[in-house]
Design a protein around this ligand. Structure first.
Ligand SMILES: Nc1ncnc2c1ncn2[C@@H]1O[C@H](COP(=O)(O)OP(=O)(O)OP(=O)(O)O)[C@@H](O)[C@H]1O
Ligand SMILES: [Mg+2]
Length: 310
């Protein structure tokens, strides 16, 4: 069983236009509305990979109801607490002419201590039944920046492994609580180590430096160039198959889902890396914020290369 925690979910509105121009009226050629938020993406993909899971977090207002309904329709087991206010509606405009996306990310509702305590109270019994807790995405206004660190400590006390996928201060503080695995992308890893990572050897060095802070496994994802994974003395380069890229939004969440599933099954990290890399590529194949399908993941799996790094 895998638990995902999404403190600040969102509904993603994707609009496709041609020749985006500021201050002009545009006819929309295509539009989608999808449930989103990193932990929710992970939960949806874990569910598609056939692994039991439950998604926890906060929802608010009509947008929250919409996300809840979408998860129910997809059959994703969830337990969201209701907040006053409104869950985020993030808007991305894709310009067909240039292929460029322009995004507007909302803040999300405010949370108070009572609601944070209720969430912890509700998760506690589930920690006794699961093997992996995934903490993913940004915090919501009102949450302390060390909240992920706190959940990592709670999980460890119950023998639960943790995967942390976030950015900035919540990532830095989370690492101090020694999560099992972290999965920054290149930009997040650069902010974490405080230097630019222009090539694969510099990424390997960064992964080793982060391991030394007390994390068991560090996976730094590099988009189409795959990911560097470091565990103990060992380092691998996971190389995805070349696919016709439509949108990589959610590819990192798909990688996390693959890693979580294999961790839950007690498999070797290499198997998680393989499954996650295939899932990331499958998500890159589909447009907007849609996630890869199990059929695509199965098709791509044998094409993933995992190379030990000398
Ligand atoms: N264009 C692509 N072709 C094939 N595989 C890809 C492509 N883009 C991403 N992937 C796979 O997905 C993994 C994660 O992608 P990426 O590094 O873009 O994550 P991310 O920036 O965290 O994404 P997000 O946070 O939006 O989910 C990569 O390590 C790679 O295996
Ligand atoms: Mg990411």
């Amino acid at each position: 069983m895998i638990i995902t925690l999404t403190l600040n979910p969102a509904a993603d509105k994707t609009i496709v236009v041609r020749d985006l121009a500021v201050g002009q009226l545009h006819r929309v050629r295509e539009s989608h509305l999808d449930p989103a938020g990193k932990g929710i993406n992970v939960a949806r993909l874990v569910d598609r990979l056939g692994c039991p899971s439950i998604a926890f977090g906060f929802l608010a207002g009509e947008i929250g109801t919409l996300i809840n309904r979408a998860l129910l329709e997809e059959g994703v087991q969830n337990h969201f607490l209701l907040l006053p206010g409104q869950t985020r509606l993030n808007v991305t405009i894709f310009d067909e002419a240039t292929g460029a996306g322009t995004s507007f990310w909302d803040r999300g509702p405010e949370v108070d201590v009572e609601h944070l305590n209720s969430l912890e109270h509700d998760i506690q019994p589930w920690l006794g039944t699961c093997r992996v807790l995934v903490l993913a995405g940004s915090l919501l206004p009102g949450a302390r920046e060390d909240i992920y660190a706190h959940y990592i400590e709670l999980a460890r006390a119950r023998g639960v492994q943790t995967i942390l996928d976030t950015d900035g201060e919540p990532l830095r503080l989370g690492i101090q609580a020694r999560p099992t695995l972290i999965k920054p992308n290149l930009a997040e890893a650069e902010r974490l180590v405080g230097r630019s990572l222009p090539d694969v050897p510099s990424v390997v060095q960064a992964a080793r430096d982060i391991l030394a802070r007390g994390v068991d496994v560090v996976v730094i994802s590099m988009g189409a160039r795959g990911a560097i994974c470091a565990q103990g003395e060992r380092v691998w380069h996971a190389i995805p198959p070349t696919v016709k890229r439509r949108s990589t939004v959610g590819s990192g969440d798909s990688l996390v889902a693959g890693l979580a599933v294999s961790m839950d099954c007690g498999q070797d990290i290499v198997e998680g890396l393989r499954l996650g890399t295939a899932a990331g590529a499958a998500t890159a194949l589909v447009p907007g914020t849609a996630l890869g399908t199990p059929a695509e993941i199965t098709r791509l799996l044998p094409q993933v290369r995992i190379e030990p790094f000398a």
